[in-house]
Design a protein around this ligand. Structure first.
Ligand code: KIV
Length: 272
């Protein structure tokens, strides 16, 4: 079903709620730097997520745990400089919000003040409710994140699909309703059964944005490096690759090396 797209000159948290109400799907991609933000902006993406997946794809760590609040702020500042229309959401990194609500608020304030981004995202449900509330009470919009929450990878022990069992599914539905009730403007659902994600999207009024959660939700998010094929070792079922940029860039580098060695670059027209 295709729905007429409203022209949002600037996407806000309210625009996302309107999009859900009007049946317009929300497009979200991760973004970590200025140049990529320019590309995403030109492509018309609704939301740029400065994800803590920067820890993996930008810094080469195995998990999202090592990235720091200062590093997240640096990435967010770069994205803000390259974006105009998109809503910019920044992940609160592991260790910056779990220990107590006051620390959670301090971390969220630093992100908002120092980067100029528009909202924060936090992984978890009832166990971080007080921290989320504190941030919302300060006027900072919060996007929730349930299902596979990579900051808890050592608790899960594996990146496989979450909430396949009834008990975990029931808890996830309860957490999503709680996030809506306390005032979050959207929720990410990562790697859960499509039927469960659809049920959640139908039972709450705030947008549900999925990654590996099927098409019954209100929008989709992918990690930009995976979507354009800059990473190529990571091949989950849910991923659609729109480019194979790794091979294209590799080809360009090989050609450059060859041209330099052959004294073909620079030529007469490429020098002063
Ligand atoms: O950090 C990230 O990239 C994310 C998305 C996978 C939703 O949280």
């Amino acid at each position: 079903m295709s729905v007429a797209k409203k022209d949002y000159k600037k996407v806000t948290t309210k625009s996302l709620i309107d999009m859900k109400a009007n049946g317009e799907k929300i497009s979200m991609l991760t973004c970590y730097d200025y140049s990529m933000a320019k590309v995403l902006e030109a492509g018309g993406v609704d939301v740029m997520l400065v994800g803590d997946s920067a820890s993996n794809v930008m810094a080469g760590h195995e998990t999202t745990l090592p990235i720091t609040l200062d590093q997240m702020i640096y990435h967010a500042q770069s994205v803000v400089r390259g974006a105009e229309r998109a809503l910019i959401v920044v992940d609160l990194p592991f260790g910056s919000y779990q220990s107590d609500p006051k620390e959670a608020l301090r971390s969220a304030i630093r992100i908002m003040k120092e980067s100029g981004a528009h909202a924060v995202k936090m992984e978890g449900g009832i166990e971080i409710k007080d921290g989320i509330k504190r941030i919302l009470d300060a006027g900072i919009p919060v996007m929730g994140h349930l299902g596979l929450t990579p900051q808890s990878i050592y608790k899960f022990g594996t990146y496989t699909v979450r909430a396949k069992e009834e008990e975990e599914a029931a808890q996830l539905i309860q957490d999503a309703k709680m996030l809506e009730e306390i005032g979050c403007f959207a929720v990410v659902l990562e790697k859960i059964p499509a039927a469960l994600a659809k049920k959640v999207a139908e039972s709450i009024s705030i947008p549900v944005i999925g990654i590996g959660a099927g098409n019954g939700v209100d929008g989709q998010v992918l990690v930009i490096h995976d979507m354009i094929g800059l990473t190529h070792e990571f091949n989950p079922k849910f991923l659609r690759r729109y480019l194979n940029i790794f091979d294209q860039m590799k080809g360009a580098v090989e050609q450059y090396v060859q041209d330099v060695k052959a004294v073909d670059f620079p030529n007469e027209n490429e020098q002063y």
